[in-house]
Design a protein around this ligand. Sequence first.
Ligand code: DSN
Length: 429
Amino acid sequence: MSMATTDAAASASLAGSDPDLFRLIQSESHRQDTTLEMIASENHVSPAVLAAVGSCLTNKYCEGYPGKRYYSGCGIYDQVETLAIERAKQMFGCRFANVQPHSGANANMAAFIALLEPGDTFLSVVLCDGGHLTHGSLANISGKWFKPVHYPLIYDRSHPRFGRIDYDAVARLAREHKPKLIICGYSAYPRTIDFPRFRQIADEVGATLVADIAHIAGLVVGGAHPSPFPHAQIVTTTTHKTLRGPRGGLILTNDEQLAAKIDKAVFPGCQGGPLMHVIAGKAAAFGEALKPEFRAYVHQIVANAKALAEALTQRGYDLASGGTDNHLMLVDLRRTHPNLSGKDGAAWLEEAGIIANKNTVNNDTRSPIVTSGIRLGTPALTTRGLKQPQMVQVAGLIDQVLRSEGDKTKLQNVRKEVESLCRQFPLHG
Ligand code: DSN
């Protein structure tokens, strides 16, 4: 039997056949080993997931669904996809799962195709408030083909719910615009989502509630965030963030008619052949997420985020909404570092070996490519085993970087400490 399914064998083969590419992959592996990954949407997959994604399952076309394929030779793939589907259903406690979306963007597109006609109205949060490109950005098909109406957060700093979703405004906009679909779920929202409240609003106007839980999927599975079920009629997600699987998408529902529409919307609606090696990686990751250790992992992610948020707050930083309930936080630099943009802050952090992303903050006066904020997440650090004491240390390192004025010597000194921390918590330990 071929051993090309193992990472080591595949690496050895690549080293011989394409040393240039091999060196690049080795360099990236070294970068991941020696830096602190704090991009809230990234993680480090297990060797099992890596082996599945690097397997011979990449060789096959399997258009269709288990038992209903267009080509011969799909018997094993039917079993792989069914395994992924059954595990997805078990993870979320729901009746139907489509594991074929190549990404979260494709999962959202399929939900739109299943529910809307071009020109139909939907409610969502705008990108610069923490929404997603596929939630109606004018640069994306969701905003070009459909009509987004954006609901606000509470922007008033003196309000006790500052930085949270303004549910009263969602209800008012829903009554006014009668959307067919309401999306909840975000890319840069640090607080718990009130799914029952969203469903109540959706029901009042006859809209379908879609929860895009791409960021919090792992937290939901492990019980560290309330589940969108039974409130959302459709749930979309990625599989590679807190869920710690391969890069990909997933759609879930309890409604049989919606499930049939979703299947058609994914294939042939907006995709061709499924990426069966990635679906195998999803099955592997879902198997891991069903284990008790995963619950401990996601609760640690949240505990780490709280510890980091508290340590940054103690150092004087402003966090959007004043803190976090989940895996991420948004540092608002405007008061503490008025002359520092998110872009420069993220660049300095990278020089120091801390990988994070610039992010817009409420009513940001800087452009989305400059921004006044930095988004920080704890999923990947938690995967490498860092806990609350290290979060306090990391907050200190971030503070040193943001106060460094970009001084190379200071950044290099932080980098040495980052590398030492990475050696203490090796990725492949
Ligand atoms: N790019 C992802 C994120 O960082 O949140 C969303 O797709």
